[in-house]
Design a binder for this molecule. Structure first.
Ligand code: FAD
Ligand code: NAD
Ligand code: SF4
Ligand code: FES
Length: 804
């Protein structure tokens, strides 16, 4: 019997997922043809935000590569748009004049971004944010332009804004409503979100209607309806989307806002179905993958002729994908006569929780600052749980994973609708041992990736001692299948000495590597060959290349070192003189007890350093940042030890050496802990004639208390332990892994055992001393090199060497 011809129009997330579901049920039933306007294989659109934010690359976001189509005998016409459908003859026509017959046809044409119909919207520099090309354009634009304006403070606009900040642009967000994410949050959460994003560097214009894009050919700015104008080199429109239905409509398929479908995704024309953002079901169109994937499952069964449950609509839930901002919203979010809420607001922690109740049932939730309960709440909303169930949920003990107390019905992966029970069953019946295997088997973590940590926790819970998080093989980037440990082992074994050589010898699938692997390889090579390796500056991030921190207005901040946070009148005078001479816009005492000079022009940096004549504080570097100290025995009534002396000695000894990520230390002379030793990568606390050493603390976005490693008597012992700890971290952590994450991954007890071993401690210190022995003061090196100044700081300006 000849196969039925199944044609899919739209090679996006919803359509291709539906084909996958069909292949799972009846792999041989159809001859499948796919048309896609975009010249790419099926990719994860969700991850474009992460690409823009620099957390992943375009190469990493392919869901099904070209081979997948071949392996499944699917004919793919990519970069080809279907222009018309003859619904009587059952033929489709494309823009290359191709004609293809179908027995069954799926429309999955997605949405198109809404572009405000205002004057100037067609100028060069105005873009939407929907596909790979938009993303690449923005990245390209950011290289030569400084100011971006994002119109729309919804999910897409804010994720785009964060990406543009990461790309070094100054970002204004223009929003119609008085508070952000007005479709997903209430005003309280919207305002909290605004404060947090302002802290991250975004600037907001709220309650503003954009009237015109200014500029002759290129964008120069925006004018609002109240007459106010702002300047901009790039304008991103993120004001919503509309279902892409024109071609279907012109072909006579009934359309309202979207293509009208029933509970089985059937349109009103025989043998034509619609799925995804282009479909309108019970007067709803959806713009998130979870409902689209549910629709795809129902349609797959229908098309394969199996009895399927009707699609009855979905509860919407969203999380904002911006690092350091936890926001969750699901179901209904506004109170009315029947819908009441339970609210908890913790101003101190900056957290907010609102749980909505309609007719005694949980009907929605908004979480800000702490989204741990999001999975539990989403499950409750989905099953219409009674409010008593919510009130009886206990909080999990600190340090115990949330998944321990979750029931099997609770959803772990919101995007793909996968429950804890599904994952546990898959692990047990298929012998799965890694997140990647769980992803392949259940689809959990396959879309936005936000549920990965919970999947890891379920593996650990189910496999117990057989599961080791540190054994999870993850390649360092998509240029290679090798993990960090494998790459490091190969560099050592084959004595590789350059990044290019590593890429060639280890069979990289790209010629130049990518933004993930290049700096990582540069670090690993430097760690392995500390004396001979010549640092590849071009592989480093901009702040490290220029030895200063770029600010949102394109100027730089300069932080000279002040050992142990101690300064003197001479240094202060020099800083004051430099501030006057170079019009420094802001002088600020940092959390690390030193002085930051903000607003220095790039070309002035070498002269500023020469005039300061102080060492670099490495405030930009992946190395030791500061050793914060309390006043200690010299002045404090409670101090019994010399915290300042020890802090200065540590800072002088360990400064400049490259580490996988930044390292912060502190020394307090008594348990009152004025230097905050408990939240540092390494913290020292004076107690009864001894020093306690704590490791793995973090005071940043993922707050973590440091753990007590050991107690020693003398300052020399502190320095010896610290040296071993730093070197062990240098040798075993992944590039860009903070000690707080490393300690958890490798295991505190393992680290304690290695540092506790006298011989190993000695060897680690010897290797660290070798690395320390060749380091130079970077500012001095630049001041003395004409070539570096010309190459890196544009204007040739030879500063006078200080006559001190
Ligand atoms: C930056 C960004 C971040 C996002 N983040 C999230 C998130 O965190 N969570 C979430 O759930 N959702 C998120 N979304 C939304 C999610 O990506 C979409 O809901 C999903 O991709 C829609 O799938 P779809 O298949 O319906 O449409 P699409 O993925 O848009 O696919 C439709 C495809 O059809 C093609 N096409 C259209 N017409 C034709 C034609 N006539 N002929 C041939 N091909 C055609 C289009 O070119 C397109 O490739 C995000 C979206 C963006 C842009
Ligand atoms: N994390 C996520 O889940 C995520 C991330 C990105 C995109 N998406 C999806 O992508 C789609 C597009 O996202 P979106 O944020 O563009 O849509 P949206 O509709 O959620 O938000 C658009 C926002 O723009 C505002 N707006 C409308 N007109 C405006 C104007 N003239 N000036 C200023 N602001 C205006 C609206 O008030 C609204 O808050 C949505 O379906 C969204 O769910 C989801
Ligand atoms: S930590 Fe103790 S010794 Fe140091 S300043 Fe505070 S109270 Fe004084
Ligand atoms: S929650 Fe998005 S992939 Fe699991």
């Amino acid at each position: 019997m000849s196969k039925q011809k199944l044609v899919l129009i739209g090679n996006g997330m919803a359509g291709v997922r539906c084909i996958e579901e069909i292949l799972k049920i009846q792999p041989e039933r159809f001859e499948v043809t796919v048309f896609g306007s975009e010249p790419h294989p099926n990719y994860d659109r969700i991850q474009l935000s992460n690409v823009l934010q620099g957390a992943t690359t375009i190469d990493d976001i392919t869901i099904n590569d070209w081979n997948w189509y071949k392996e499944n005998n699917i004919t793919l016409f990519s970069g080809e748009t279907v222009t018309n459908i003859d619904t009587t003859k059952q033929i489709i026509y494309s823009d290359t004049n191709r004609e293809v017959e179908y027995d069954q046809l799926i429309l999955a044409t997605g949405s198109i971004p809404f572009i405000l119909p205002i004057k100037g919207a067609d100028k060069k520099g105005v873009t939407a944010f929907r596909n790979i090309e938009d993303c690449e354009n923005m990245i390209e634009y950011s290289k030569n332009n400084k100011k971006a304006a994002v119109i729309g403070g919804g999910l897409l606009g804010l994720e785009a804004a964060r990406g543009l900040l990461n790309l070094g642009m100054q970002v204004d967000v223009i929003h119609l409503s008085e508070y952000l994410m007005d479709r997903q949050l209430d005003p309280a959460a919207g305002k909290m979100l605004q404060r947090e994003l302002e802290r991250q560097g975004m600037n907001f214009y709220l309650g503003k209607q954009t009237q015109e894009v200014l500029g002759e050919f290129d964008v120069k700015g925006l004018r609002f309806s109240d007459g106010e104008e702002i300047s901009a080199d790039l304008v991103v429109m993120a004001v919503g989307i509309k279902p892409n239905v024109l071609m279907a409509q012109n072909s006579g398929i009934p359309v309202n806002r979207g293509i009208i479908v029933n509970d089985y995704m059937e349109t009103r024309i025989p043998n034509i179905f619609a799925v995804g953002e282009c479909a309108e079901h019970r007067e709803m169109v959806y713009g998130l993958v979870a409902p689209l994937y549910e629709q795809g499952k129902v349609l797959a069964k229908r098309i394969c002729g199996l009895d399927s449950k009707a699609y009855e609509g979905s509860v919407l839930s969203t999380k904002l994908k911006i690092s350091g901002v936890d926001v969750f919203s699901a179901g209904e979010i506004f109170e009315d006569e029947q819908a009441k809420s339970i609210k908890e607001f913790n101003e101190w922690n900056g957290t907010y929780k609102k749980v909505m109740i309609r007719n005694g049932k949980i009907s929605g939730a908004v979480l800000f600052g702490d989204t741990k309960e999001s999975n539990t709440l989403l499950s409750m909303i989905n099953k219409n749980a009674d409010v008593s169930e919510y009130l009886n949920v206990g909080t999990s003990e600190p340090g115990v994973s949330l998944v321990t107390s979750m029931s099997n019905e609770e959803i772990i992966c919101g995007c793909n609708g996968v429950t804890k029970g599904d994952i546990v069953t898959a692990i047990e019946s298929n012998g799965l041992t890694s997140i990647e295997e769980v992803k392949g088997c259940t689809s959990a973590s396959r879309s936005c990736g936000g549920c990965k940590p919970l999947v890891g926790d379920i593996l650990e819970l189910t496999l117990g001692a057989d599961f080791s998080k540190s054994n999870q093989k993850e390649s360092i980037c998509t240029c290679t299948t090798l993990s960090r440990d494998e790459v490091v082992a190969e560099i050592r074994e084959k004595n590789l000495t350059h990044t290019r050589e590593v890429m060639n010898v280890l069979g990289w699938n790209t010629s130049d590597g990518c933004s993930k692997c290049k700096p990582a390889l540069n670090y690993y090579l430097g760690m392995i060959h500390p004396v001979d390796y010549e640092d590849e500056k071009e592989s480093r991030y901009v702040n490290e290349r220029l030895h200063a921190n770029i600010q949102k207005d394109g100027t730089f901040s300069v932080v000279p070192r002040m050992y142990g946070g101690v300064t003197n009148p001479d240094q202060l005078r020099k800083i004051a003189n430099v501030a006057d001479k170079y019009n420094v816009k802001l002088l600020k005492v940092t959390g690390g007890q030193r002085i930051d000079l903000f607003g220095v022009e790039k070309e002035d940096l070498p002269s500023v350093w020469a005039d300061l004549d102080m060492p670099s504080g490495y405030a930009y570097g992946k190395t030791l940042r500061t050793v914060k100290t309390c006043v200690g025995e010299n002045f404090c009534r409670f101090g019994t030890q010399d915290s300042i002396g020890l802090g200065i000695a540590m800072e002088k000894k360990f400064e400049r050496v490259g580490t996988p990520h930044k390292v912060k230390m502190a020394v307090s002379a008594c348990p009152r802990n004025c230097a905050e030793s408990g939240i540092k990568d390494l913290g020292v606390v004076g107690v009864d004639g001894a020093w306690e050493i704590y490791i793995g603390g973090n005071g940043g976005t993922h707050l973590r208390a440091a753990e007590l490693l050991c107690k020693v008597k003398t300052s020399d012992e502190v320095i010896e332990i610290t040296g071993a700890y730093i070197q062990h971290y240098r040798e075993t952590a992944n590039y860009l892994e903070r000690t707080s994450v490393w300690v958890e991954r490798v295991g505190f007890d393992t680290i304690k055992e290695i540092i506790g071993d006298k011989q190993k401690r000695l060897e680690l210190n010897q290797r660290l001393d070798e690395a320390l022995s060749v380091l130079q003061e970077p500012w001095k090196e630049i001041i003395e090199s004409n070539a570096i100044q010309t190459g890196l700081f544009q204007k040739v300006k030879i500063p006078a060497i200080s006559n001190k």
